[in-house]
Design a protein around this ligand. Structure first.
Ligand code: NDP
Length: 336
């Protein structure tokens, strides 16, 4: 089928595109610059433009951002909306996070309804951040983070969590109000590890892999930081397969899929790297410097259900060790 992937330059989107091409689909992806589009084309040297192409969408925060991108010949059957800011380096949460996340989501749904009647299924990349609540320590597919836009005004650090929560809520609300002919599935991954694309830049590693690179390069040597609240991982290749399955499986319509491979601690990251990359040992903390890394706010406390992802999408989750070893290998390849 013909598919549209938004934000093709992103870490997760790179793998979604990979999985779509391998499954025989043709892909058009939105990127902000022609260079980013060319980078994606260069990753798939044998693939003709008819199978992999890009269109420019500079800013998803514009309400008409996707009006042109959703129109294609042959027409699209599946749309994957992955583009959304994921970083904590913002000054104005409203402008830099909330607007692109929320308007980006509603504008693509609106554009599809208006101009792309061939689309059968839209898959939106949300986050476990939209599911987890401070009050409950069990996460199921019916749970929602309780954050509001008002909370962001008081405490800008919740900006990213709010952007994902409000964007996903806006998507379901749109489906309820507008009753478009396409169906919606939502993917809610936790912190994603996994191999980065060969054109990635070491100076701006995607947010979720940052801690692995920091640890590899000596950033935790004198004292491994506690793991914090982000102590659940999933591998990016599982996330990509989940996107494809969520589009292709009829029973995935109208559902959210929590993608969690398991718990981890920063200490485990250190231990796995030490075991698999002996040359990096000198960069890693040991003994007392490692102990705090074993602490995690959620281990043994917060649990989650990934049953829908296993049973409906057929995901077999990649182990922490496999995920981290492949992440580290890809980061080493970038260094060379
Ligand atoms: P990346 O930062 O690698 O990718 C984000 C993508 O969104 C990039 O293509 C980026 O374009 C694009 N983008 C961001 N803001 C805009 C904008 N205003 N206009 C146009 N494009 C924009 O992050 P990930 O791949 O990790 O994230 C992809 C999706 O997955 C996001 O929706 C994120 O919230 C979600 N997610 C990620 C998790 C993770 O741990 N990685 C966990 C849970 C959810 P450009 O490259 O040009 O900046």
């Amino acid at each position: 089928a013909r598919t549209l992937v938004t934000g093709g330059s992103g870490f997760i989107a790179t793998h979604v595109i990979d999985v779509l091409l391998k499954a025989g689909h043709s892909v058009v992806t939105t990127v902000r610059t022609p260079q980013k589009g060319q980078n994606i084309r260069d990753m798939h040297p044998g693939v003709p433009q008819s199978k992999l192409d890009f269109v420019i969408v500079e800013d998803i925060a514009q309400p008409d951002a996707f009006d042109q991108a959703v129109v294609s010949d042959p027409p699209f059957e599946y749309v994957f909306h992955t583009a959304s800011p994921f970083h904590y380096k913002y000054k104005d949460a409203e402008k830099e996070l909330l607007q692109p996340a929320i308007i980006g989501t509603t504008s693509i749904l609106r554009a599809i309804k208006k101009s792309a009647p061939s689309v059968k299924r839209v898959v939106v990349t949300s986050s476990l951040a939209a599911v987890r609540s401070k009050e409950k320590n069990v996460g199921g597919h019916a749970d929602w983070c309780s954050v509001t836009a008002e909370d962001v005004k008081r405490d800008p650090s919740t900006g990213y969590v709010a952007s994902k929560t409000l964007a996903e809520q806006a998507a379901w609300q749109y489906m309820k109000d507008e009753k478009p002919s396409f169906t919606l599935s939502v993917i809610n991954p936790t912190l994603v590890f996994g191999p980065v694309a060969p054109h990635s830049s070491l100076s701006s590693i995607n947010t979720s892999n940052e801690r692995v690179y920091t640890i590899m390069t000596g950033g935790a040597k004198s004292g491994c930081p506690p793991t914090g609240t982000n102590s659940l991982y999933v591998d990016v290749r599982d996330v990509a397969i989940a996107h494809l399955a969520a589009a292709e499986k009829s029973e995935a319509a109208g559902r959210r899929f929590l993608l969690v491979g398991g718990h981890f601690t920063n200490k485990q990251i250190v231990e796995i790297i030490a075991e698999s990359f002996p040359t990096l040992k000198e960069n890693l903390p040991t003994g007392e410097a490692l102990e705090k890394g074993g602490e995690a706010s959620l281990v043994g406390d917060y649990t989650f259900s990934n049953a829908q992802a296993r049973e409906v999408l057929g995901i077999e989750f990649t182990s922490l060790k496999q995920s981290l070893v492949d992440t580290a290998k890809s980061l080493q390849a970038l260094e060379q």
